[in-house]
Design a protein. Sequence first.
Length: 264
Amino acid sequence: MAATQSEAVIIKGVRGGLLVLLDDQIAWDDLLAELDQRVQANQSFFSGAKVTANLGGRPLDKDELSAFIEALGHHQMTLDMVVSTDDGTRYAATRLELKSRAPSFVGGAAGRLAGSLLRSKPDDEAKHEVAVASLLAEEISGEAMFVRRTMRSGQRLRHDSDICIVGDVNAGAEVVAGGDVVVWGSLRGMVHAGASGNDKAVICALVLAPTILRIAEVAGHGPAPEPHKRHIRILGLGGKPEAERAYPEIAHVVGGNIVVERWK
């Protein structure tokens, strides 16, 4: 689904300036036009601000980043830092003498991200993005990967730390993380958390229905749930039909087995 204008450009006031989150699935020229419109609507507030821009996975060259800097300059705004998962975009930022880095989260990224998102209203995606943006704005350590798109069949995503996805993971897609995996959407593909051997890793999703699920060296199986714990579903043993599970779920290792519980 294409993003609406309100979702395409999200501006968040943070300590020392502004965080601008730009949808990496929207045409670059359209984004610049939308940004210009948003800033013009409140020129006095934005004038003089230093900007950290999160560009997601969008590949940009030096000339495209220069156009972005020029667009901000028209409103007396300064691009201070570029946050991107794309190596080429970060290199272009360096050539323009800008600070650049990959998205970062503190330890326990999955829990903090999940809590922020779940406190937002399910029907308000813009609020979800602001919750994510506020995390990205912090100066924190521990590299994590933030992906803002739907993963389709045949696509693979691998990272040696946490992976946070705002979008769906369709059947046939693969996600492998050294740490936690958080999916703010439906997880229907293959997912492997704690791939470096971390059996404390967790997997969270709004709809948790993977074709294959692993945490460290543990596959999804375990003992049948007790009658008074019907809200717990053990992978590989059926459980409630997906249509009846109208709540997010979290998978973690308990006693050598993967247990899936309500994520709250």
